[in-house]
Design a protein around this ligand. Structure first.
Ligand code: HEM
Length: 515
C-alpha cells in the first residue's frame, strides 16, 4: 500500500515535469528568446516577479541574466530590455522592427485598438500625425501655450494663497492647473477649479491610474482570457474609463451642435472637420470612435503624467531645502518679484532647468516603458524574437549607472557642467525614443508647464513638511511603481497615511521667497 502510494506520487511528478517541459518548449519554439528564469506552466515566472514590485524584481533578474532577458508573465513571454544601450539598439537602431505596440489587456476592453495611444500600424501613424499637428498648431496659435500656462499659474497661485499657510494636499490643485492647459486645447476652454464635473474627471483619471497599478490589473493582463468573465476589482478600471469616455462623447455632441467648419475652436472641431472631409471614405480612421478615444488619450496622458511629476518634484524639494533655496535665488536674480516666469527665462536659469530634468529623471514616471512588439521575426543581439504578438519590450534607462553618476539619488548636477551650465544627457529619454518619441509639442508642453508652474509657485511660497518634529530624511520618496507590462506607474495613490500627511502638505511662507 505504502509502496503503491509512493509510485503514484513518483509517476505524478514525472508527468508534471513532462508537461512543464512540453509547455516551455512550445512557448520557445517560435524563436530563440534571451535567457531568463525557467517558467512553470500557467504561472510562468510569477514566483520570481512580485506583482507589487515588478520593477525591482526585473532589476534583480537583470543582475543575474544581463540587460536583455525573458520572463514569463503568466503564459506570455516578455522580453525585458534594460539600460540605455539595449533600449536604443531596439527603438532607434532597429526602429522599424520594433515599431509594433504591445497590448494592455486591462484597458484594451475600453479601447479595442482605437485612439492614438493604443492603436497599431497604419491607424496609429494616421492618428499620431494628425493629433500631434493639431496640438502643435493650437499650442502656437492665437494664444500660445506660454500664455495658457501663465494664466493657469495665476489661478493656481491664487488657490495656494487662499490656504493662508494651512497645510494642504496639493494633488488635485496641481492636476487642475495642468489639466486645464491641455483642456484649453482639446476642449477649447479651461474649467473652473470648483467645477464639479471637472473634479470628477480628475478623480476618474487619478483612480484609473491607481487601478492600472494594482496587482489586479497585472493579473488581468496575464489571464485576461479567463478574468474577463469573472467579477472583481480588476473590472473597476473598465468602468472608470467608460465614464471618462461618456464625458468626452458628451463634449463631442456639444461641439457638433455649434460647429462651424470655418472656425475650429479646439481639437474636437479639427477632428470633426476631418471626419466631414472623409465622410465618403469607408476606410477612414477619422470616425467617431477614434475621435472620442484619441481626445481621451490626450486629456488623460497630458494630465496625470505632468501633474504627478510636479507633485513629486515638490516632495523632492521639501526633502532638499538647499536645492529649493538655490532655485529661489535664481528666480530672484532672473525673474524678480513683479512678473510671471516666461518660457525664455529657462535658458537663463540653468540650475532650475537642471533640477526639473533631475526630477523627471528620478520620478521615472513610466519606468518600464509602454510595451512594444516586434512586427516581424527579428534578430536582436544574437537572439531571434518571434513575431507572435506577445512579446513586450520594456526598459528603463533613466537610472542607467553608465550615464548617471548617482542613479538613485537626487543630484541636479547630473545636468550641469563644471561651469554650472545646463548639460544634456543622451540617456535622458522620459518621452521614449525612435518612432515612439513624443513629438515636440507634448515635450515642450511638459517642460514649459513644469518650469512656469513650479517657478511661479516658488516665487511666492516655500515648501515645508507638515511637521517639523519629523526629520526631513524620513520623508518617503519612492512612488509606488506600476505593475506589469502596462503603463506607467505614477506617483502612487496618495494613500497610506503618514506619508501623505507628511510629504504632500505645504505651508505658505509668510514672506515671499527671499531665502
Ligand atoms: C511628464 C510628462 C510625460 C511623460 C513622461 C510622457 C511619457 C510618455 C511615454 C513613455 C509614452 C509611450 C511612448 C512609447 O510608446 O514608447 C507616451 C505616449 C503618449 N503621450 Fe506622453 N508623456 C508625458 C506628457 C504628455 C503630454 C503633456 C501629452 C499631450 C499633450 C502626452 C501625450 C501622449 C500621447 C498622445 C502618447 C501616445 C503617442 C504615440 O503612441 O505615439 N504625453 N508618453
Amino acid at each position: 500500500m505504502e509502496m503503491g502510494g509512493a509510485v503514484t506520487i513518483f509517476l505524478a511528478l514525472c508527468l508534471s515535469c513532462l508537461l512543464i517541459l512540453i509547455a516551455w518548449k512550445r512557448m520557445n519554439k517560435a524563436g530563440k528568446l534571451p535567457p531568463g528564469p525557467t517558467p512553470i506552466p500557467f504561472l510562468g515566472n510569477l514566483l520570481q516577479v512580485r506583482t507589487e514590485a515588478t520593477f525591482q524584481s526585473f532589476m534583480k533578474l537583470r543582475e543575474k541574466y544581463g540587460p536583455v532577458f525573458t520572463v514569463y508573465v503568466g503564459p506570455r513571454p516578455v522580453v525585458v530590455l534594460c539600460g540605455h544601450e539595449a533600449v536604443k539598439e531596439a527603438l532607434v537602431d532597429q526602429a522599424d522592427e520594433f515599431s509594433g505596440r504591445g497590448e494592455l489587456a486591462s484597458i484594451e476592453r475600453n479601447f479595442q485598438g482605437h485612439g492614438v495611444a493604443l492603436a497599431n500600424g497604419e491607424r496609429w501613424r494616421i492618428l499620431r500625425r494628425f493629433s500631434l499637428t493639431i496640438l502643435r498648431d493650437f499650442g502656437m496659435g492665437k494664444r500660445s501655450i506660454e500664455e495658457r500656462i501663465q494664466e493657469e499659474a495665476s489661478y493656481l497661485l491664487e488657490e495656494f494663497r487662499k490656504t493662508k499657510g494651512a497645510p494642504i494636499d496639493p494633488t488635485f490643485l496641481l492636476s487642475r492647473a495642468v489639466s486645464n492647459v491641455i483642456s484649453s486645447i482639446v476642449f477649447g476652454s479651461r474649467f473652473d477649479y470648483e467645477d464639479k464635473q471637472f473634479l470628477n474627471l480628475l478623480r476618474l483619471i487619478n483612480e484609473s491610474f491607481i487601478e492600472m497599478s494594482t496587482p489586479w490589473a497585472q493579473l488581468y493582463d496575464m489571464y485576461s482570457g479567463i478574468m474577463q468573465y469573472l467579477p472583481g476589482r480588476h473590472n473597476r478600471v473598465y468602468y472608470l474609463i467608460e465614464e471618462l469616455k461618456d464625458f468626452i462623447a458628451s463634449r463631442v455632441k456639444i461641439n457638433e451642435a455649434s460647429f462651424d467648419p470655418q472656425n475650429p475652436r479646439d481639437f474636437i472641431d479639427c477632428f470633426l472637420i476631418k471626419m466631414h472631409q472623409d465622410k465618403n471614405n469607408p476606410r477612414t480612421e477619422f470616425n467617431l470612435r477614434n475621435l472620442v478615444l484619441t481626445t481621451l488619450n490626450l486629456f488623460f496622458a497630458g494630465t496625470e503624467t505632468v501633474s504627478s511629476t510636479l507633485r513629486y518634484g515638490f516632495l523632492l524639494l521639501m526633502k532638499h531645502p538647499a536645492v529649493e533655496a538655490r532655485i529661489h535665488e535664481e528666480i530672484n536674480q532672473v525673474i524678480g518679484p513683479h512678473r510671471l516666469p516666461r518660457v525664455d527665462d529657462r535658458v537663463k536659469m540653468p540650475y532650475t532647468d537642471a533640477v526639473i530634468h533631475e526630477i523627471q529623471r528620478l520620478v521615472d514616471i513610466v519606468p518600464m516603458g509602454v510595451p512594444h512588439n516586434v512586427i516581424r521575426d527579428t534578430q536582436f543581439r544574437g537572439y531571434l524574437l518571434p513575431k507572435v504578438g506577445r512579446i513586450s519590450l520594456l526598459g528603463s534607462v533613466l537610472k542607467d549607472p553608465k550615464y548617471f553618476r548617482y542613479p538613485d539619488a537626487f543630484y541636479p548636477q547630473h545636468f550641469l557642467d563644471e561651469q554650472g551650465r545646463f548639460k544634456k544627457n543622451e540617456a535622458f529619454v522620459p518621452f521614449s525614443s525612435g518612432r515612439f518619441l513624443l513629438s515636440d509639442f507634448p515635450q515642450a508642453c511638459t517642460l514649459f508647464v513644469l518650469f512656469i508652474l513650479s517657478s511661479s509657485l516658488l516665487m511666492s511660497l516655500s515648501l515645508f513638511p507638515i511637521s517639523y518634529s519629523v526629520s526631513l530624511l524620513s520623508l518617503l520618496l519612492s512612488p509606488l511603481l506600476l505593475p506589469f507590462p502596462p503603463l506607467s506607474p505614477l506617483i502612487a495613490p496618495p494613500p497610506p497615511s503618514p506619508y501623505v500627511a507628511l510629504s504632500l502638505c505645504f505651508f505658505l511662507s509668510s514672506s515671499p521667497c527671499t531665502v
